[in-house]
Design a protein around this ligand. Sequence first.
Ligand SMILES: C[S@@+](CC[C@H](N)C(=O)[O-])C[C@H]1O[C@@H](n2cnc3c(N)ncnc32)[C@H](O)[C@@H]1O
Length: 265
Amino acid sequence: MKFLDNIFNKPKLKNEQATVIPIVRRNPGPNDPFFDRIFPDNFWSSMDRSRFITHEHSMLADEPVFEWLIKTVRPETIVELGSWQGHSANHMADICKAEGLDSRIVCVDTFLGGPEHWVLGDTIETMRRRNGMPTILEAFLGNTVARGNEGRIFPFTVDTATGWQVMRDLGFKADLIYVDAGHAYHQVVDEVHGYLPRLNEGGVMFGDDYYFEPVARAAQDMAKHYGFSLGVLQRRKWVFMTDRLMQNPAPEELGFEIRTEPYPD
Ligand SMILES: C[S@@+](CC[C@H](N)C(=O)[O-])C[C@H]1O[C@@H](n2cnc3c(N)ncnc32)[C@H](O)[C@@H]1O
């Protein structure tokens, strides 16, 4: 049974021996089957760091929105759909740390870019392709290590439709879900249907790019479909409003309004 020996007693990777990165562990809980299977204890320490890239790139212009939501919801678990090089995920992780929260952030992204990255301007260059493949994941990992957030942030390298099915099958739930992957109407609609059942009671789903008409229409239609008021902040972030959010309104400077029609109106 030599071949089984090789499978079950795998030699340790060099990196595994060299670095031990503690990952955020919580008391036993309902998300254990998901984390134990997809992100075991050696997930970060077994990585080959020689290919990591450090390149901070912000696509945000409204970072305070995250602070309002994290302070109000105090999430144990966050899901981000669409992470690119990790700016928004690391921003959320930093807020959680500052708030004394041991939150874990699962980032669902193919790390292959969306149509806009392949088509618009010179964004194709920012994917730094190696042998034809984007190296977005390497930048995401490098940026996360540079910010000291390894062990808190977990890249789940699948498309968003695969992501919610795996989470459903492993009984995974989150307290905050941030939608910033595909920006076509049907993608946002499918993601809301797929991920809303993954929210814990009192959890909040929100998303980016409300000024983009297909996203605004999808957010409006889904809010109506599920019976939420739709909050919009700084004309950019959309939020399915829960009772807790209604009772803890966003600070005035975030330009909060309840929208009944998408932009442009
Ligand atoms: C706008 S970027 C995310 C930006 C990031 N939230 C930030 O602010 O730093 C969109 C990301 O979504 C990913 N993406 C697009 N469509 C996807 C899909 N169907 N499944 C998984 N990832 C997708 C792309 O690879 C890209 O990294």
